[in-house]
Ligand binder design. Sequence first.
Ligand SMILES: *Cc1c(COP(=O)(O)O)cnc(C)c1O
Length: 481
Amino acid sequence: MQLIYEKSVSGRRGVMLPVSDVPAAADLPQNLLRSETAALPELSELDMVRHFTNLSRRNFSVDTNFYPLGSCTMKYNAKVLENAANLFAPLHPLTAFLPGGAELCQGALGMLYDLGQMLADITGMDEVTTQPLAGAHGEMTGMLLVAAYHKAKGNKKKYVVVPDSSHGTNPASAAMVGYEIITIPTAPYGDMDLELFKQAMNGEVAAVMMTCPNTLGLFNPYIKEIADIAHSHDALMYYDGANLNAIMGKVRPGDVGFDVVHVNLHKTFGTPHGGGGPGSGPVGVKKSLIPFLPMPRIIHDEVSGKLQIQTDNPLSIGRTANFFGNFGVMVKAYTYMIMLGREGLIQVSEQAVLNANYMKEKLKGYFDLPYSQTCMHEVVFSASKQLAQGVHAIDIAKFLIDKGYHPPTVYFPLIVKEAIMIEPTETESKATMDAFIGVMIEAARQAEADPDSFAAMPVTMPVTRLDETRAARSQTVCCLG
Ligand SMILES: *Cc1c(COP(=O)(O)O)cnc(C)c1O
């Protein structure tokens, strides 16, 4: 497919503008004037509509096919949530910050306030900031809060502890805030090795960052003990709640010892994602960390019964985003929660876990399952059996592309060789899952019978097998195929 610039024909136009009645270059400073015409593509409206419509048809999405990408929760996001977000479009974000402005948007502030309360309730935290714009941004915000907490107490802290199964953003976020990372290996039972953790803990540890269920899809049975040990060293417990799909209404991180939590609204709570945004990674904290939360904060004024905005607080880590964060994403999350209600959210988690275990049971005879216990919202297989025939996880992924499926996450978590991480989510029907299971079994059989056939896959796509190294280094060339 040609780039839009390659379709450009000199002089072709999509719109006819009337002759300008504004004096040319009226009063603009000379250095701001363009000396050459901008090199924009010149096309008719229809050329352009066809270009972008054809491009969009190459997109893979949950709205077109099954997308079992582990650690990403590619659930269906109901269209009614977009309608709800649009209702707020006329409200200018500055409104709340003008003198007397908070009075004018009590509805929007109330929505944000209630969303924070609902998230606090689900996670067992005392207050939530909605500012962070993504999960990783939430992690960094959380780590800034941890650092502010220790600074205020005069604690000298240097390290953040993470298990080796952690999402890469965890150590990265801690390092961005200036901490050194201590990585604890995973024990054969599939969780951070408790003995090695005990040995590593010391008074200089600022926080322990954990994902629970972890990236193997397993819930750590020693979580309370780990939290008690961390707290005995005045280290805080950080919960990576990017994927809350397994635990809603079942376990509250705050009840098992966590002090800071981030949640990805764009994974669990109704916002489509995968194309780069907009996301939202609210952070919840226990009481001891409230003084350090980012400004602005929404406060309920007992006397007037109104919501007010606090913009100033000497202990606050400051702003981490404009206004209150990605507002539209919050409207969607709020609507999602109100629509489902308490019972509905519990059902989401139960169904997500059931679906992942269904995948596990149906496929374990065909793919190696390094950790075989009951899983939570996702299950991690290994293509090690297939590797004996020379077929890698990436080859299985390409096979699935040819069959119309988005591949599961491969090669993550890093601790599983040839990892294939499947997260079906609660929104898929048994029929869809059975069809996918059938194709996975077909892949396993073909790996036995004809391993060489995988080398050319995918054959149904505009772009065939990529040279992965070249694709990473020279994106333009590879995208053109
Ligand atoms: C997705 C994810 C993140 C990062 O979230 P982003 O919104 O992509 O920054 C962090 N941790 C885990 C476990 C995740 O799955």
